[in-house]
Design a protein around this ligand. Sequence first.
Ligand code: DQA
Length: 170
Amino acid sequence: MIKRSTKSSTESVLSSPLHRRILLMNGPNLNLLGVREPEIYGHTTLQDIEERLISTAKQHNIEIISIQSNHEGELIDAIQYHGLLADSDDTVDAVIINPAAFTHTSVALRDALSATNKPFIEVHLSNIHSREPFRTHSYFSDKAKGIICGLGHLGYDMALDYFISHYYSA
Ligand code: DQA
């Protein structure tokens, strides 16, 4: 089931006269952050991350649309829905994505992101280059504006800071 943080994003819709929007996407098993292998992924929950980003973004009149799903097709639908299938007023400006295990498997998710033609930053909590060899390949990195990995939950804040200072600062 797709998980959207509707409560907080509704708040920021109302405070967003400029219609600035960033899509925050998290792939499979990231709903378990905080309890899932904390020695690798840390103790911070996805809700903590979402709330922090929503709060920072709100100070810049940016709405964060946050979606986590364990299902590839749902993530693809969400990218289409907030990208090419959105009304021009509703489309997102940029994407922060941790595709999780789909990083290493999903041509379909890569194609969906490419189709939106929006800048995206790929985030991983762990350093995917210091783990099993199969994690070193990403279907996203060559298309990404940048990649942040190994810095834990702070990677998401860094990605947002980048978009704030490079896309939204006057
Ligand atoms: C991850 C790294 C992936 O290899 C893994 O499958 C994940 C999380 C990370 O954030 O470190 O689920 O994307």
